[in-house]
Design a protein around this ligand. Structure first.
Ligand SMILES: CC(C)(COP(=O)(O)OP(=O)(O)OC[C@H]1O[C@@H](n2cnc3c(N)ncnc32)[C@H](O)[C@@H]1OP(=O)(O)O)[C@@H](O)C(=O)NCCC(=O)NCCSC(=O)C[C@H](O)C(=O)O
Ligand SMILES: [Mg+2]
Length: 299
């Protein structure tokens, strides 16, 4: 049985300490939300934010959005309690769908966190998303992504963090992101090899609508499933960039129908108006249609 397609075009971050943002998230058209306990929450506010997030998760009301909570780093004093709160919430109705781990540097971390989640009695459906945002994480992205193939692994998504990558490497975040393009593509390849989803990083300058739309299109061309966001205004352009266009969906349906014709049964390749089309193109077309149908169902 094939896994149902889950659109992850727009994944909106919000501080766990901001009740207005948490409330607003219940009505925003993002595919997923990430409630942050890490960088968006000041050290003095960590405990209170964790409590607030536990209450908010208990109240629910976010469906059909995927709900993800980002913990503090595994080596921080807050991590154990963050993970325990998320595990407990996951065991309740409408619990979170995933925990997002910042700064994952190696597959061993995923193994340890997986064991901890088992010990804490987390729901079996709770997934792990891993942020790739350090030099070593980019270099080891394949090892990290392949951890998804281990029995019992919960890893479902890699999410890029270019602010931390910029901080750690000195590479600048510039339009087009040439200094980081090879790292981003490397992570897309790694994610696909591991069979997990992959999300592009945030665009900080949220008032620059044109620049943001351009970066969304570039990320879609690179093969990302979607982009992490910081502001509600970014959701619409992001959804548009990562949704198959109407004409693409129509062409995909026509291509699938072509290979279904009796005269093409058993053929690996046919020509359409002077263009070679192979069965692999029909496979790509099926993915396009499946994503479009999943988006329609959501809408
Ligand atoms: C950046 C912001 C602080 C700006 O907030 P604000 O000044 O309130 O903006 P607006 O006045 O334009 O907001 C308009 C309304 O929208 C609501 N709002 C704003 N942001 C969000 C949000 N993220 N989610 C939900 N709702 C949001 C405001 O409350 C206003 O509502 P209303 O009262 O109805 O008018 C703010 O956008 C923000 O905090 N963004 C998220 C920051 C964050 O979570 N950062 C951490 C993740 S990014 C990261 O860590 C990068 C990564 O790790 C890396 O290394 O790269
Ligand atoms: Mg970061």
């Amino acid at each position: 049985m094939s896994t149902p397609v889950r659109p992850r075009r727009s994944v909106l971050f919000m501080p766990g300490s901001n009740p207005r943002a948490l409330e607003k998230a219940r009505s925003l058209p993002a595919d997923a939300i990430v409630i942050d306990l890490e960088d968006a929450v000041a050290p003095d506010a960590k405990a209170q934010a964790r409590e607030r997030v536990a209450t908010t998760l208990g109240e629910g009301g976010f469906a059909p959005r995927e709900v993800v909570v980002r913990t503090n780093g595994v080596d921080t004093p807050w991590f154990t309690q963050d993970l325990a709160m998320i595990a407990a919430a996951s065991a309740k109705e409408e619990g979170p769908d995933a925990v997002l781990l910042p700064k994952v540097d190696d597959p061993e971390t995923l193994l340890l966190v997986g064991r901890a989640l088992e010990a804490l009695g987390a729901a079996p459906s709770l997934r792990v998303w891993a942020m790739i945002e350090t030099p070593i994480a980019v270099l080891r992205a394949l090892d990290i992504a392949l951890a998804a193939k281990n029995p019992g692994s919960r890893l479902a998504v890699l999410a890029l963090g270019t602010n931390d990558l910029s901080k750690e490497t000195g590479a600048r975040i510039v339009p087009g992101r040439a200094p980081m393009a090879s790292w981003l593509s490397h992570c897309v390849l790694a994610a696909r090899a591991g069979g997990v989803g992959v999300l592009d990083a945030v665009w900080n300058d949220f008032r620059d609508v044109d620049g943001f739309a351009r970066e969304c299109r570039e990320a879609a061309d690179m093969g990302f499933d979607g982009k992490t966001l910081i502001h509600p205004d970014q959701i619409g352009p992001c959804n548009a960039a990562f949704s198959p266009r109407q004409e693409e969906v129509e062409a995909a349906r026509a291509l699938i129908a072509l290979f279904d014709r009796p005269e093409h049964a058993g053929k690996g390749v046919v020509q359409v108006e002077g263009r070679m089309v192979e069965r692999m193109h029909a496979d790509i077309a099926r993915k396009t249609v499946a994503l479009a149908d999943a988006i329609d169902r959501r809408n």
